[in-house]
Design a protein around this ligand. Structure first.
Ligand code: KIV
Length: 272
């Protein structure tokens, strides 16, 4: 641990802004259940995102669209029970905030009240401005999400890099500034050119958290299942796998099956 790194008993939205000011990079990972959240929190990850990627990783859906508000609250409350240090941010799922600001606020309040989470995240800029304002006015911290926004996948048509074109890049910069001016405490930048991440990160005072957005974001986020190699069919260029759990777990489980079949398990010492 570096000597300059400030220790936080509990990471808050304020700590994240301080980390940006002190040029300490922010670490963020997803978690969706109690056991994983305990490991992630113990490893000193600053922010735990209960992402709507749970729709893919936990439920096996192709997109993030099907997950419901009730399901997000279930995941978030399991995570909250495990966490002592990290800031826990929960995704507002598709359909829970886009139609009108009052509904957005009701959804955010349900997440905060029923799960005990510390903040919510939602996708978009100008389009969701009124919803962001409402939620912030109620005292709920909001994290933005720009670039590739998976809840709009059917509008984009693909999961390729966003904002390569000048107009889209300009809109993204405008949206990031707007989210900052509204009072968001951070913004996720997903799958955009590294150069654009650098510009945005320099032009706003709130932290940017990148995924596939290069080294100049103020922090990085990955989906825990990808980092651990539990998902093996997903191989984007930005992903660094730290383990190959798909194969390691498969081998361990295969060994268990073999031990049961061969009557090696349980042994004399493993029974009463
Ligand atoms: O749902 C999620 O996991 C996310 C991250 C990819 C940022 O939004």
């Amino acid at each position: 641990m570096s000597a300059s790194r400030k220790e936080f008993k509990r990471v808050t939205v304020k700590s994240l802004v301080e980390m940006k000011q002190q040029r300490e990079k922010i670490s963020m990972l997803t978690a969706y259940d109690y056991s994983m959240a305990k490991i992630v929190d113990n490893a000193q990850v600053d922010v735990i995102l209960v992402g709507d990627s749970a729709s893919n990783t936990m439920a096996g859906h192709e997109t993030t669209l099907p997950i419901t508000l009730d399901q997000m609250i279930y995941h978030a409350s399991s995570v909250i029970r495990a966490v002592q240090r990290a800031l826990v941010v929960v995704d507002l799922p598709f359909g829970s905030y886009q139609s009108d600001p009052k509904e957005a606020l009701r959804s955010a309040i349900r997440i905060m009240k029923e799960s005990g989470a510390h903040a919510v995240k939602l996708e978009g800029g100008e389009e969701v401005k009124e919803s962001v304002k409402r939620i912030l006015n109620a005292g709920i911290p909001v994290m933005g999400h720009l670039g590739l926004t998976p809840q709009s996948i059917y509008k984009f048509g693909t999961y390729t890099v966003r904002a390569r074109e000048k107009e889209e890049a300009k809109k993204l910069i405008r949206d990031a500034k707007l989210l900052e001016s509204l009072g968001c405490f951070a913004v996720v930048l997903e799958k955009i050119p590294a150069e654009l991440t650098k510009i945005v990160s320099e032009e706003i005072t709130i932290p940017t958290i990148g995924i596939g957005a290069g080294a100049d974001a103020d922090g990085q986020v990955l989906v825990i299942h990808d980092l651990l190699g539990m998902t093996h069919e997903f191989n984007p260029r930005f992903l660094r796998r730290y383990m190959n759990l798909y194969d390691e777990m498969g081998a361990a489980i295969g060994q268990y099956v073999a031990d049961v079949k061969s009557k090696d398990f349980p042994s004399d010492k493993e029974q009463y």
